[in-house]
Design a protein around this ligand. Structure first.
Ligand SMILES: [Zn+2]
Ligand SMILES: [Zn+2]
Length: 166
């Protein structure tokens, strides 16, 4: 799915609008997968100052919680807008991944924006307690290794000492 931005500067008189429906499940994102389909719209509008490029996409991301390894599903909704001047097409400063022929690969643009939006470390909830360092089970499941209200495990040596005292 490519948009010929260079050609649009020459011939685009009316706004261009395309539906986005991408399968990015095969892409290698840092620490998460993007579920298919990623849907949205791509719009290019000719204005006096240049071409206004608008991207709206909804994506659903799945990952493992960085603390408890439980599965995490999160929805992201991106709204982006750029003003591209014709001189930007040959400039390195342009934020859009336009190739040398002036074409914009829309799937690559969506990938780039998702990488910027989605944090590489996802949690099932902001107060996830993670895994118990003693038994390895999620603390939320209520393991009894840790004393009530304490986050440090009972020291094994202390436990033995207690047994000896009893
Ligand atoms: Zn978690
Ligand atoms: Zn435990």
């Amino acid at each position: 799915m490519q948009f010929d931005l260079k050609k649009f500067f020459l011939t685009g008189r009316e706004p261009y609008r395309a539906e986005i429906n991408l399968d990015l499940s095969g892409y290698d994102f840092p620490g998460y997968q993007v579920q298919e389909p990623v849907v949205g719209t791509f719009v290019a509008e000719p204005t006096a100052e240049g071409v206004v490029v608008k991207l709206n996409v909804d994506a659903s991301v799945s990952a493992e919680c960085a603390r408890c390894l439980d599965s995490v599903h999160q929805a992201y909704s991106l709204q982006r807008e750029w003003l591209v001047r014709e001189s930007d097409l040959t400039s390195d400063m342009l934020e859009l991944p336009i190739d040398e022929a002036g074409k914009l690969p829309i799937d690559e643009l969506v990938c780039e924006e998702l990488v910027m939006e989605v944090p590489p470390v996802l949690l099932c909830s902001s107060d996830c307690q993670g895994l118990c360092p003693v038994c390895g089970k999620p603390k939320a499941a209520g393991c009894t290794c840790c004393e009530e209200g304490s986050t440090t495990p009972v020291d094994e040596r202390l436990a033995i000492l207690k047994q000896l005292l009893n």
